[in-house]
Design a protein around this ligand. Structure first.
Ligand code: SAM
Ligand code: SF4
Length: 333
């Protein structure tokens, strides 16, 4: 039985205590930066069952992981997802259960999620203009998401953060409006640089790339931001909006590389343990889960061994590295 204090330390000395689990590749939205307009989703037998996902979550917590984020695709559109979330919420050793969602189901599910032990949620929101929101999500309804955000605020999560992917010429004119919306609700917001994951057909990513330095410069014209020391071990930096409860995060996977302190891995809904967002290094856990469904020791062993292939860093927009064809909904953001 591997020692949970040391089991998940990779070859570069990084301790993995955070896992992002993708609960589905499907989604009720088709955000232009995340998916192509026509998407083919995985056949049912290729995706992990709820029970298999639970086994994976359980193995990780037994190996010392204390933080799990549930994501997708849209995690809340998976059938019977609440029963899985309730079960994961009970896992011994888990300190934080987090969720990333597009908000479409939050009016209905905020309260059950809180009761299931979800501490913090990130809600994607790229525009406050109904028409633009529709254009960016292709199928989303702004009003439904805003109701979801407001219900979540009333449900007493430890923290709520909006996630905004900024695209030049599309929603860069709403940077301050979105911040003020968050400030009005007493929640935080993070601006995310678009990553080149998957071949999309809506725009050329090089044309819409909007750096977080530019976002920061725009906000600084309106509000004073003071840096906060937050150990997130990810590609994000946080600032307090002076005179407000809201924090502003900048997630810069493209312009910054924080890989030396990376503490996380991802498991796709196909059961692929991805060691890095921007690389294809992975281990197939599904085969193992299906060949030996009762062998939790073997599952843990395979996770431990995978630590050896966690790469030191990722490379986006590097001509010497292969282009990632995996879409974000397959990756688990
Ligand atoms: N459906 C949920 C949502 O939208 O929040 C969870 C999954 S989504 C893939 C997770 C996060 O990834 C969202 O905040 C989304 O905006 C972001 N995202 C998707 N595609 C991206 C891309 N190409 N570059 C940067 N962020 C992206
Ligand atoms: Fe769906 Fe989230 Fe991707 Fe948008 S970003 S298409 S909501 S998975």
């Amino acid at each position: 039985m591997p020692d949970p204090a040391t089991a998940l330390i990779d070859k570069h000395g990084r301790h993995i205590d955070y896992v992002r689990l993708s609960l589905t590749d499907r989604c009720d939205f088709r955000c232009v930066y995340c998916m192509a307009e026509e998407m083919t989703f995985l056949p049912r037998k290729q995706i992990l069952s709820l029970e298999e996902i639970y086994k994976v979550a359980s193995a990780f917590t037994e190996l010392g992981v204390n933080k799990i984020r549930l994501t997708g695709g849209e995690p809340l559109v998976r059938n019977n997802v609440m029963s899985l979330i309730q079960d994961i919420g009970q896992l011994p050793g888990l300190d934080e259960l987090l969720l990333t969602t597009n908000g479409s189901q939050l009016e209905k599910l905020s309260s059950p999620l809180r009761d299931a032990g979800v501490n913090r949620i990130n809600i994607s929101l790229d525009s406050l203009n109904a028409e633009k929101f529709k254009k960016m999500t292709r199928t989303g309804k702004l009003e439904q998401v805003l109701k979801g955000v407001e219900t979540a605020v009333a449900s007493g999560f430890d923290s709520i953060r909006l996630n905004t992917v900024v695209l030049r010429g599309i929603n860069d004119d709403e940077i301050v409006d979105l911040l003020e919306y968050a400030m009005g609700l007493g929640i935080s917001i993070a601006y995310i640089e678009e990553m080149p994951l998957g071949n999309i057909n809506d725009h050329q990513r090089e044309d819409t790339m909007f750096s977080n330095e530019e976002v920061m410069a725009i906000i600084s014209e309106h509000y004073a931001l003071s840096p906060i020391e937050m150990i997130t071990a990810g590609p994000s930096r946080y600032y307090q909006v002076e005179g407000s409860a809201s924090k502003v995060g900048f997630i810069s996977p493209v312009s910054h590389n924080f890989c030396e302190s990376c503490n996380r891995v991802r498991v796709t809904v196909e059961g692929r343990l991805l060691l890095c967002l921007g690389n294809e290094y992975s281990t197939d856990l599904r085969q193992l889960l299906r060949d030996q469904p009762e062998n939790s020791e073997l599952l843990k062993q395979s996770i431990v061994e995978a630590m050896d292939i966690k790469p030191l860093r990722h490379y986006f927009y590097d001509e010497e590295q292969p282009q990632i064809v995996r879409f974000m909904n397959m990756t688990g953001g």
